[in-house]
Design a protein around this ligand. Sequence first.
Ligand SMILES: [Zn+2]
Length: 689
Amino acid sequence: MNTFYVTTPIYYANSLPHLGHLYTMIVGDTLARSKRQRGVETYFLTGTDEHGINIERAAQQNGRTPQEQADYVVSYFKEMTSKFGLDTAHGGYDVFMRTTEPFHAEGVSELWRKIAKSKTPKGNDAIYKGHYEGWFCAPCAEYKTEDEYQKPKVEGDPPLCLIHERPLDRVSEESYFFRLSDYDKALLSVLESRPDFVRPESRRNEVTSFVRGGLQDLSVSRLKSSVSWGIPVPDDPSHTMYVWFDALTNYITAIGYGNKEREQAVGFEKFWPAMHLVGKDILRFHAVYWPAFLLAADIELPRAVVAHGMWVDPAGRKMSKTLGNVIELDVLHKPFPIDVIRYFVLREMVFGQDGRFGYEALIDRANSDLASGLGNLSSRTLTMIARYGDSRIPSGVIPEEKLLLAKRAGVDTDETIAGFVEHARNQFLEHLDNLAFSRALEAAWSVVARVDKMITDAKPWDLAKDENQRQTLGAVLYRAAESLRWLTVLLHPVLPESSQAMWKQLGLSGSPGQVNPSSLKWGELKEGAAIGDVQPVFPRIDKAKVMAEITGEKDVPAKPAEPSPPQEHATQADAVGITSFIEIDDFAKVDLRVGQVLSAERIPKADKLLLLKVDLAEEQPRQVLAGIAQYYEPEKLIGRKVVIVANLKPRKLRGLESQGMVVAASYGEEGRPVLATFTEDVPNGARLK
Ligand SMILES: [Zn+2]
């Protein structure tokens, strides 16, 4: 039996989901729907990783038990997947996996026991007890090596996590180790013999060089006295399993590994191995540690580990809470239908590379490709069938003697259009199976463009005036409607809701999801069949209105206010244009002063920041950090007059206090900063009003 099993990562239940989570789910959902449509039995997994020190800490902070904390996050995740049509009820995931499920604990223990009993390729015990001492970042749930942390400013202080910029915990304790160092050759041989095992190729190279660099044994337990929220090590309950060992194993326990009932209900034998979709930030866990565990347990390796890129903002900056540019799903959900979001993320991100996400780009694409493109083709075709054909599908046959006339009118012959659409279908499916969603959609839209052109050339509205052209008119409309039928079937995995609506308007029964695109045949749209009610499938989005709504949304803090984010330069609030006016009193609250740069230097390990000393004619010069290092040589700034927001509350960046902010314009896609300055002489400390 041909089966397909696809997984997203299970998400760590210490924070709420965002665009990155949604994207991976959309990718998994699209693949699963596409395979299912082609008669493959599929299983699509998403879920949450609920153990570990972070959940314990988050629970403590929120006055909950760890289980309550996990339940809270899971309820939010489930609500989100339902809103975005990704849950089982909407034809989405088959399981929302939770690592707190009892059957999971059984399966993980089984895997541990199996590995503990096994020997490495070099004949050693695969798991052994030792002593671990190292720097541990709780949010990363990872021990950090020297190149993965920032040395402390003050000697004796703990180093900082490069990702979280928080102090690391010194951990020294008894621990079980997985002898990863014995698996380098085995992993390299997998990477070499299976070029598709890690995709795309750039990621495969990254993993290969990581393994070639030598592997260190992996600590796979913590003492229960340090981490109690987790699965105990079998036969040694004084230890808790490392959260990644626990989490990765979900991919097999979910389908029945180590639990008979679950095996019967789903089927480990039936569905394993899986295709794992992951963000590039967790590639090492999935492409090195997880395969090594499976090798040790003599379990077949995953079908593939596929890493996608990250969403960055329109200026190309990483999305982070600190920058305040994270796409919140509540904000995203309100104005945009799910299909519009699905289309945008699949079309916009070249799979494997980083993609830019901006609301304006989303609206522009929705309006051009969906409203004016596919949606318009559908409504103009069906409206003409209603008007000129009494709402019945016309005959597509052009009699021999009318062929030349039709050709002159710009109408494709049956063979030409059928060949074109079949080719696009084949391209679409091939690209989709290779996860080249962007190219798959381009192939589908080539049909939209072709049919649009045929209609524009043939001018059905003119043909309708000439009785002699009756059959040519019918042929144009038939070709357009039949192409739409094909597009609706092809696009169903990408646009599940709107393809269903288009299908109904074409007068077809059932669902396009039940039609196998591989077996579509040109000409199966029945002549004489009645079409449905014609309605716009993708209404135009009013950009100004929606942008104002989104901006308003952002101004109202939905959650308890967090400490305001540190600003790297003064250009972050301008992405959406001016949307509301302020009173003069509001402006008066901002104290802008003229300052002169006394010194400027780069900050080690912060490639964007400059540390400035600025004279505002105060007792002491101000220390100000500015995110302009990529565009300004520090030496050239010395002596320069700048504008400083002087009454901005001091904030810390990279452990350094910034006493104010430099004002700069920002332009271009990258948000290039340009410092505000004066062409006339002006004393330091003068106020701007
Ligand atoms: Zn960290």
